[in-house]
Design a protein around this ligand. Structure first.
Ligand code: AHR
Length: 491
């Protein structure tokens, strides 16, 4: 059955902030240690201890923002353990994730170097669960104060003469669960205290991100804002409110069936609904609850498959193989964020290497790019472009998912057929312009569980497609479980 998609080229929704394509790195499994950090003495080629292949790949991916050090780990992390000469850094236990010992060789400076090398803005999640307001205040000063205070001079002595100028600061993580099992009221009270003491240093005003709901838990949202504002004369600063939304699956990564694929991918309809409802809730806040615009973020999202204990034993906690359906999941998520670009400030895929829906998988000296990597890389075109209104976007993600954006002369369209069994085709009509030429790439495989492995790293790669162009409109065949990305020159 052919479907029609109309792109309204003169009806922009909003600019797609590059931050909607953000990523996340936690001290969990082999995400940080092994996946990104190998240390300067390693035989694995590295730049200042950061594995070179990962740096090259992430730079190519165009990571606009990277969240660190957790996740749940953030509420157990004490930043002072991760600065200064390696030999004097303490050996601590990662009590959050498996009780393994870490030598703290990856700390603040190493994270900032990674961000610098890949061109990402740093987003640091502060420790509210087991830390103090003073510890967070000092971390901000250490990072952002230009010079002259003991903390800033310590940073300079550790090799960073210029402040790191970190703008994004998270105040806790999942405080409703691993971050302290707090009620919304308890979290609001603590949030107000912590946020009050986060300093502006020089001209860097912190952008403070509060813990938002698990999925679309509007009860958390309502109670948090009620508690945050109602009993106070002066409002604590808050810039963003971050929801977490995972797409749980009922199969192990490479054992999906058509039914379990459909079930997992259908969660993206729920993600879109949650974004609309949470944004509507924030917009409806009236004084005294609303004292200025508050951004909505989704700072953890992605597929979470049934764990495979053998693989986890080999590669680390939450290691997940990444298959064709993950490329589709990545594109479905990004399509949702593009369509809702007027409602979102940042989204961070969990996680950047070796954990959950990772763009990179590493094993010793080998590093491979996953189907998720290829979907993000293709869709990078949309970053910073104007998202366009569409007719068809109302269709559930389980049927067909589209997003479109444009700059002056070029339109970018990503079309996903998420059905694991049905081929389809699409007619793309550009309302308000004629497509003069079109180039395209497709990610697809006949096996929904196909994946790139360390021995066969290129099983899934984007390949060029040639859409049929007639009278300024396009026709395309969309195989089952496929991602197609188009660049159209429009006149
Ligand atoms: O991404 C893995 C974990 O999932 C994070 O640490 C936590 O925030 C979430 O529950």
């Amino acid at each position: 059955m052919e479907r029609s998609v109309i792109v309204h080229i003169d009806s922009p929704i909003a600019v797609i902030r590059p931050e909607l394509h953000g990523h996340f790195l936690e001290h969990l499994g082999t995400a940080t240690y092994g996946g990104i950090w190998v240390g300067r003495e390693s035989a694995i080629p590295n730049i200042d201890g950061l594995r070179r292949d990962a740096v090259v790949a992430l730079k190519e991916l165009g990571v606009p923002v990277l969240r660190w050090p957790g996740g749940c780990f953030a509420d157990n992390y004490h930043w002072r353990n991760g600065i200064g000469p390696y030999v004097s850094r303490p050996r601590t236990v990662n009590h959050t994730w498996g009780g393994i010992i870490e030598d703290n060789s990856f700390g603040t400076h190493e994270f900032m170097r990674l961000c610098e090398l890949i061109g990402a803005q740093p987003y640091v999640a502060g420790n509210m669960g087991s830390g103090s307001p003073a510890e967070l205040r000092d971390w901000v000063e250490y990072c952002n104060f230009p010079a002259g205070s003991s903390l800033s001079d310590q940073r300079i002595a550790h090799g960073a003469p210029d402040p790191f100028r970190v703008r994004f600061w998270g105040v806790g993580n999942e405080s409703w669960a691993c971050g302290g099992h707090m009620s919304a009221e308890e979290y609001a009270a603590l949030y107000a205290r912590f946020a009050t003491f986060v300093p502006t240093c020089g001209d860097v005003q912190p952008y403070l991100i509060a813990v938002g709901p698990n999925n679309n838990d509007t009860d958390w949202t309502r109670r948090f804002f009620t508690a945050l504002s109602s009993a106070r004369t002066y409002a604590p600063p808050i810039n963003g409110f971050a929801m977490h939304y995972y797409s749980w699956g009922k199969s192990r990564s490479t054992r999906y069936t058509a039914d379990t694929v459909r079930e997992q991918l259908s969660t993206f309809d729920d993600v879109e609904r949650a974004i609309k409802e949470q944004r509507a809730y924030l917009d409806a806040l009236t004084p005294p609850l609303n004292r200025g615009h508050i951004d909505l973020l989704v700072d953890e999202w992605g597929t979470w498959d049934l764990s495979d204990l053998a693989e986890e034993r080999e590669h680390g906690r939450f290691w997940q193989q990444n298959t064709m359906k993950d490329a589709v999941a990545a594109a479905l998520g990004l399509n949702v964020f593009h369509r809702q670009a007027d409602k979102l400030a940042m989204c961070n895929l969990a996680q950047v290497a070796n954990v959950l829906q990772a763009p990179l998988l590493t094993d010793g000296e080998r590093c491979i790019r996953t189907p998720t990597f290829h979907a993000f890389a293709l869709m990078k075109d949309h970053q910073g472009k104007s998202s366009l209104k569409l007719d068809c976007a109302g269709k559930p993600a389980t049927e067909l998912s589209v997003s479109a954006s444009r700059d002056e002369h070029t339109m970018y369209v990503t079309i996903v057929n998420p059905d694991p069994a049905q081929n389809t085709s699409v007619r793309l009509v550009c309302d308000g312009a004629m497509a003069a030429s079109a180039t395209g790439w497709m990610i697809n495989h006949t096996d929904m569980n196909a994946c790139n492995t360390f021995n066969q790293p290129d099983v899934i790669l984007p390949r060029p497609v040639r859409p049929e162009l007639s009278a300024g409109n396009l026709r395309l065949d969309l195989p089952a479980l496929s991602v197609t990305h188009l660049r159209l020159e429009v006149a």
